[in-house]
Write a protein that binds this ligand. Structure first.
Ligand code: UDP
Ligand code: MG
Length: 323
């Protein structure tokens, strides 16, 4: 009987100033991985322009353990890009990749369960954070608002608090590597892609060491980027607002004209001027909205996201099987 070759799994770990915590991370992760003997592991640390000794530590770890690789980015590009770099580095060399944070806020203890789901046939095994100990009220509120806007106004269905801690099957990875858009939200893209997906939930512990690298500011930018790359609503809002203003000012102007001519009521010239001006403003804004529609089309063309993704195909061979 032929023995199945062990499946290759690559862990992708974005690292920004985590030098202090990396050895603990490695220790904790290997503790879990050592028990999963039927897989062949690889860990890829992507140093996203750290200013501490993270890269030296990665080099040290890689010199001792052959299954560790490291990528050093030339500057800080942000976690989304760091993850992309890792995924593109692995590409089809592994059967699945798992993205995991270096600060142990993504518990490695969940790895066996993630793999079980993958083996059960899910091509994306994503995770949802149930609660987190060290998130400020602002971060919590901001994330609530973001997920609310995202689920209402984009064609994506991202469950609240979904995280980047997720497994992507080889098929998903190879498609993801073909994406060329520059402004990207990693988990948004993988959610957009479809595929067979399941969610596991976990409670995020406090950071092992260091401070959160994602300030409120950075998260705000990420949220704006995600909203604008998955929804054209911000563009359309101006148009709708313009239409509303135009309509109400138009009706008001009509009524004023009617009242002053037929009902003999008196309005100052100023009043007419103000309402007429508001009407013009409405025309202008709806014009902008119209332009926005065109920009929307340009936007969709420019990001060059694949039009569709084929999960599987059955090729017609032309040979009929005999009974
Ligand atoms: N990170 C990164 N580049 C950045 C910011 C963060 O590679 O510009 C890494 C960081 O080292 C960590 C992970 O992304 O491994 C999550 O960062 P953080 O803990 O700051 O985010 P949070 O837990 O607040 O979502
Ligand atoms: Mg964290």
């Amino acid at each position: 009987m032929a023995i199945d070759k062990p499946k290759k799994i690559a862990l992708i770990v974005p690292v920004l100033n985590e030098g202090q915590g990396l050895p603990i991370f490695y220790e904790k992760v290997t503790e879990v991985l050592d028990k999963l003997v039927c897989y062949q592991w690889q860990i890829i640390f992507v140093d996203d322009g750290s200013e501490d000794n993270s890269w030296q530590i990665i080099q040290q770890l890689a010199s001792i353990h052959p299954h560790i690789s490291g990528l050093l980015l030339s500057r800080n590009f942000g976690k989304e890009v760091a993850l992309t770099a890792g995924v593109e580095f692995v590409n089809e060399k592994a059967d699945a990749v798992i993205c995991i944070d270096a600060d142990l806020q993504h518990p490695p203890e969940l790895l066996p369960e993630i793999l079980t789901q993958w083996e059960a046939g899910f091509e994306i095994v994503a995770t949802v954070r149930e609660s987190s100990v060290d998130y400020s009220l602002w971060k919590k509120l901001g994330s609530k608002l973001f997920y609310m806007l995202m689920s209402r106004f984009s064609d994506l269905d991202i469950p609240p608090h979904s995280t980047d801690y997720r497994l992507l099957d080889k098929k998903v990875v190879s498609v993801l590597c073909k994406f060329t858009e520059r402004t990207r939200m990693f988990r948004g893209l993988t959610d957009w892609m479809g595929f067979n997906k399941t969610y596991l939930s976990f409670v995020a512990p406090a950071r092992s060491t260091g401070v959160p690298m994602y300030s409120f500011n950075k998260l705000f930018h990420l949220a704006i980027n995600s909203l604008t790359s998955f929804s054209l609503l911000p563009l359309r809002i101006t148009g709708y607002l313009g239409l509303l203003i135009m309509l109400s000012a138009g009706i008001l102007l009509g009524y004023m004209l009617f009242a002053s001519i037929v009902l003999d009521m008196f309005y100052t010239h100023m009043a007419f001027f103000v309402v007429f001006n508001t009407l013009l403003m409405g025309v202008l804004l709806s014009g902008l909205g119209l332009v926005a529609l065109y920009i929307g089309h340009i936007h969709t063309e420019v990001v060059q996201r694949p039009l569709y993704i084929i999960r599987e195909a059955i090729q017609y061979t032309g040979v009929q099987k005999s009974e």
